[in-house]
Every structure is written in structure tokens, then in C-alpha cells.
Design a protein around this ligand. Structure first.
Ligand code: KG4
Ligand code: ZN
Length: 337
């Protein structure tokens, strides 16, 4: 029997629904929320309200696009955490109600596991899948983790940020530069025309396989404050070089600990996941290691890097196969566990 799963993602500021047939994506619909732009970051209460407005149209659209009737679904998978509580509650409540109404299993999915399991989506792009065990650098707006992935749901965080996440570092740097939220993709774009060696920002000294990004934002803030005093148009004149240098610093910091992790574990199958894995500088740095023959590298398709429900659905499929279902009593959680 062919298995159809509806995936629902609402952990932060994207409302998404996907339908999969086993590991093949039939539809992956994402509604971005633009209400946060003017605030320079996600406003939780606005995110929750926007999810409420978006969730029914997005799910409807996913079913229509997949040409699947809701009665054909075998299970509903949804993000149960980590994320913003008000946002998670919208997806969780809808998933619970729909599974009850259709009398099909409910599957809770950990958002961070799902980012990693996006590597197992089957399509024309994903021609090779990482073999277990592999290492995954999971870099998003809320998390930066080096994860040892032993099996689909046997994962261990072996390094992580002690303060800001890598995505947060991009977004905060962009905010200091007066760029709109989310700043990561914009810095990436502007960096394309800049000199990455124009400026050098300090690299944090952190033990083990951990990261720290909070110092970077402070050094950018003070550096620009001083330059702007001398020349108010300094930022505008130098934005390409600034973006390229900031991006290079973040990528270098990420790569240094990742290389250490590969050396310490002897693992050469290296994957990236999460929103920041869309970054062209990071992708290039990884592909460079592959070209040198050091690693076998796994980079998800662009649309499965940032938040999406396809990854939730595929994680749900793996749980479905293991009959790992949830009861109606499950409640969302905000922190990684
Ligand atoms: O995984 P994600 O979509 O949401 C979270 O779970 O956080 O990641 C969002 C983060 C944001 O910080 C955004 O600025 C960053 O990913 N991001 C990027 C790029 N695309 C998204 N950062 C750098 N370069 C990009 N191209
Ligand atoms: Zn995410």
C-alpha cells in the first residue's frame, strides 16, 4: 500500500504544508509572513495570528496540488518543537483535530531532526543520500549544532552555539547595517559583489566543538559606529565588501569546528541543514572540501533548507514506518530536547 502523509510546519514565521508519497514530495506549499519585516525580527504574537490565517488555505492548496483527497491520507505529521509556542500551537492543534476527524495516526516531529532528515527526500536533485553515521551541521535562525547522526532518530549534538545561532548572527549583522529581516539571504546576495578580505572581524575562541557568535555582532556594531561618525554614507558605500567580509567570517567559524568534528570522529560524510545551509559561501566552502577529496558532502535542495513542511512529512514517514505515533495529549515544546 502506498503511504500518503500530510506534513504541517508552523514553528516560526512560515506556515507550510506538504504531502508526500513515501519519500517523494507531491506538494510543498509555504506561506511566508511579511508582517515582521518592519520590526527587524519575528514578533511571536503576529506570527501566531498569521499562522491562524494561513493554515487552512495552505493545507488546502497542498492537497489540491498533490491531487490527493484528505480521505486518502494515512497520517498527519506536525512540528511539535522547538519553536515559538504560539506558532507551534496553531499547527499542533490543527494536526490533532484533523487526525481525530479523519481517524488516522498523529505523528509529532522534532523540527531540528526534520531539517536533517530532509536529506532523505527522494527527487531528481537528491541523487545521493548520506550513509549512517554522518555528521550534520545544522544552522538556522535559532540553532547552530554539529550533530552526529547514527540512525534516523539516533542523533547526538556534539557541538553547539553557546549564545547566538549562525542565522541570528547574519540577521543581527544585517539589522546593524539597516537591512530588512531576514538579513541572511540579503547579506548573501550583496556579498556576491564584494571582497571577502576587505575587512577582518575577530574569530571567537571557544572550547570543544562549540560556537559563539555574540562577539561578532558587537565588533561589527562598534566598527560601524566609529566609521559612521567620520562618514555617514560609509555603510552605503561599502555594503558589498562589508557583507562579503561578514559572510566569510561566519563561514570560516562554522567550517573550523566542523573540520575539527570530522577529524575527531573520522567521519567524512558531511551534511548541512537548516536555513543558513542556503548560504552560497557555506555551500562553496563545503564543496571545496569535497573537491579536495577530504569529504563527501550532502547539501539539500534550496527549498528544503529553510523552514518547510516537506521535511516534516519525510520525518513523519520514517516514524510511520516504525509505528511511532502520538496521542492527543502531546503538547508543543519551545526548546530543543
Ligand atoms: O531554518 P530556518 O528557515 O528557520 C529557523 O528554524 O530558524 O532558518 C532561518 C535563518 C534566518 O536566520 C535566515 O537569515 C537564514 O536562515 N538564512 C540565510 C540564508 N537563507 C536563510 N543565512 C545566510 N545566507 C542565506 N542565503
Ligand atoms: Zn528551521
Amino acid at each position: 500500500m502506498s503511504i500518503y502523509i500530510l506534513g504541517i510546519e508552523s514553528s516560526c514565521d512560515d506556515t507550510s504544508a506538504a504531502v508526500i508519497n513515501e519519500r517523494k514530495i507531491l506538494a510543498n506549499i509555504i506561506a511566508n509572513q511579511h508582517v515582521h519585516r518592519e520590526f527587524g525580527g519575528v514578533v511571536p504574537e503576529l506570527a501566531s495570528r498569521a499562522h491562524q490565517q494561513n493554515i487552512i488555505p495552505v493545507i488546502n492548496s497542498a492537497l489540491l496540488h498533490a491531487k490527493i483527497h484528505k480521505n486518502q491520507l494515512n497520517a498527519i505529521a506536525f512540528t511539535n518543537g522547538p519553536g515559538l509556542l504560539g506558532s507551534l500551537l496553531v499547527g499542533a492543534t490543527f494536526a490533532k483535530s484533523l487526525s481525530l476527524a479523519l481517524d488516522i495516526p498523529l505523528i509529532e516531529v522534532n523540527h531540528m531532526h526534520a531539517h536533517i532528515l530532509a536529506h532523505f527526500i527522494e527527487d531528481d536533485y537528491h541523487t545521493k543520500f548520506p550513509p549512517f553515521p554522518f555528521i550534520c551541521l545544522t544552522v538556522s535562525g535559532g540553532h547552530t549544532q554539529i550533530v552526529m547522526v547514527r540512525e534516523t532518530f539516533d542523533m547526538e549534538v556534539i557541538g553547539q552555539t553557546l549564545d547566538d545561532a549562525a542565522g541570528e548572527a547574519f540577521d543581527k549583522a544585517a539589522k546593524i547595517m539597516g537591512l530588512p529581516y531576514p538579513g541572511g539571504p540579503l547579506i548573501d546576495k550583496l556579498a556576491g559583489e564584494g571582497d571577502p578580505d576587505a575587512y577582518s572581524f575577530p574569530h571567537p575562541v571557544v572550547g570543544g566543538l562549540n560556537y559563539s557568535f555574540s562577539g561578532l555582532k558587537t565588533s561589527i556594531l562598534y566598527f560601524l559606529r566609529d566609521r559612521l561618525k567620520e562618514d555617514p554614507s560609509y555603510m552605503e558605500k561599502n555594503k558589498h565588501d562589508l557583507c562579503a567580509s561578514i559572510q566569510k567570517t561566519i563561514v570560516d567559524v562554522l567550517m573550523k569546528q566542523l573540520k575539527k568534528a570530522a577529524e575527531q570522529t573520522g567521519i567524512i560524510d558531511i551534511a548541512i541543514a537548516g536555513g543558513v545551509s542556503a548560504n552560497s559561501g557555506l555551500r562553496k566552502a563545503l564543496l571545496n572540501e569535497e573537491a579536495k577529496g577530504n569529504w563527501r558532502v550532502y547539501i539539500p535542495k534550496f527549498e528544503y533548507c529553510t523552514d518547510n513542511a516537506a521535511m516534516i512529512a519525510v520525518a513523519g514517514y520514517f516514524k510511520y514506518v516504525q509505528r511511532d505515533f502520538s496521542g492527543q495529549q502531546v503538547v508543543p515544546y519551545t526548546r530543543y530536547r
